[in-house]
Design a binder for this molecule. Structure first.
Ligand code: SF4
Length: 446
């Protein structure tokens, strides 16, 4: 049971030292009870009180770690209903299904193709995490072989989809080292799958026909000591499935109902007859509030937009996305190529670099740290001042890479030209276009 703010307050030091960022221990206790603060915020909690408070201070939706290696990730762990209240933490995990009867060569081909779906954006590698192996005919050997192949020969982590405890045990024995998600416990098998999950310390999904029907199963599993649970309320019709996701999230966060404080798994692959429609449904669950989304396939044209949607939703809205300060080479520049400078706001970088790339003019692009602000905002906030930009150009080392001494600054920062020239004696500062769309014409005309 979650503790109330007053119960938590009784366990705090009551010195009102303010080190946790709020004026009183009572205020901190209230924040802790409502999930707005974390226990680590108070450095003076005794070990005894810490143990008692652990449950109260845990995120209202338990983070469940799935997988090992470079594609290991967690689902759940969220603390707010809406992204703008703070941020969402653990991006929806993306899975694609293979049947256990898939031929080995076909599985190899799929894994190779799926592994190639990796996209670099704002210094991140965007890619899917999971392959779900579905037991289609009860053939234990085929199920284990497919799971083993994925576990041993690919970076992907696993969802093991069988309701047969014997088949599940054999697969877990073969690839438990990858920390697969077991799917799914139901009314008939929860005791065997629950015992297996507890013994192997693996995450276990639980499936019922409605949110209400999930509750007794969750209770039985938690009483057995299973901690890492993933919920499937069984809905396979978009309207009801969406309602269930919202209801689970609201109950966990607003009502602090720990019984449903777990991430969910959703199945667009069982809700549509083609990948396009599945992709739309998957987009709905990435927005609200699928912990895992299972598709029938990964294809670039559907996966890429889902990865971008996920990136946008699971970034901190209070922190602009940035790229690293430095020199970026575009179209293989040489010592005579033009040098342009702009800010490190990710969107600015992508638009400017994209236009330069499109121009096919070899160029050097200098990215100056402006704390993620765009050119005009950075200039107005003093983060893209002339002396700063000049100093940055000096330190960047670009002078060693080019024979000329000309720097092109953004048109919107024309006012800094004089200060940059003062900081860079001997350099010519040229004011470039205001709009990135005019960069190709500007570069080509030089
Ligand atoms: Fe109280 Fe701890 Fe906050 Fe200090 S840091 S005010 S002791 S809760």
């Amino acid at each position: 049971m979650a503790l109330t703010g007053i119960q938590i307050f009784k366990l705090l030091p009551k010195t009102n030292c303010k080190e946790c960022g709020v004026p009183t221990c009572l205020a901190f206790a209230m924040n802790l009870a409502s999930g707005k603060a974390e226990l680590d915020g108070c450095p003076y909690v005794s070990d005894e009180a810490r143990a008692q408070l652990a449950e109260a201070s845990a995120p209202p939706i338990r983070p469940v770690a799935i997988g090992k290696g470079v594609r290991a990730a967690s689902a759940g762990g969220e603390t707010v209903q809406y992204r703008h209240e703070k941020t969402f933490y653990n991006p929806t995990l993306l899975a694609a299904v293979v049947g256990s009867d898939i031929a080995e060569a076909d599985l190899e081909t799929k894994l190779k193709a799926w592994n190639a779906f990796q996209y670099e954006r704002v210094g991140l590698n965007l890619r899917p995490e999971l392959v779900a192996v579905k037991d289609v005919n009860g053939d234990q050997k085929a199920f284990v072989n497919a799971a083993k192949k994925i576990a041993e020969t690919s970076e992907f982590n696993l969802v093991l989809m069988t309701e047969d405890p014997g088949v599940m045990k054999a697969a877990v024995d073969a690839c438990g080292f990858k920390r697969p998600l077991m799917y799914a416990a139901n009314d008939n098998n929860f005791d065997q799958l629950g015992a297996l999950a507890k013994e192997k310390k693996l995450p276990l999904a639980v499936r019922a026909d409605s949110v209400e029907a999930l509750l007794p199963l969750i209770e039985k599993l938690t009483q057995m000591g299973v901690k890492d649970i993933v919920l499937d309320p069984g809905s396979r019709e978009i309207k009801q499935a969406h309602r269930d996701q919202v209801a689970i999230r609201r109950a966990a966060l607003k009502d602090l109902n720990r019984a449903v404080g777990f991430p969910t798994i959703t199945f667009p692959c069982e809700m549509a007859s083609n990948l396009d429609m599945e992709t739309l449904i998957a987009g709905t669950f990435i927005a609200k509030y699928g912990g895992i989304v299972v598709l029938s396939d990964f294809a670039g044209e559907s996966l890429f937009p889902l990865l971008l949607q996920r990136l946008n939703i699971f970034t901190d809205p209070q922190r602009p996305m940035t790229v690293t300060e430095g020199i970026y080479e575009i179209n293989n520049p040489n010592e005579n190529s033009p040098v342009l400078v702009t800010t490190n706001f990710a969107l600015t970088y992508f638009i400017v670099s994209g236009e330069i790339e499109g121009s096919r003019v070899p160029s050097w692009l200098l990215i100056k740290d402006s704390e993620g602000l765009s050119v005009m905002t950075a200039w107005a906030a003093g983060k893209f001042a002339g002396d700063d930009v000049g100093l940055f150009v000096k330190k960047s080392g670009i002078a060693d890479k080019v024979k000329h001494q000309e720097l092109i600054i953004p048109g919107y920062a024309a006012a800094i030209a004089g200060d940059v020239e003062e900081e860079l004696p001997g350099w010519k500062v040229t004011v470039g276009p205001r709009e990135a769309a005019h960069i190709p014409g500007f570069l080509k005309a030089r």
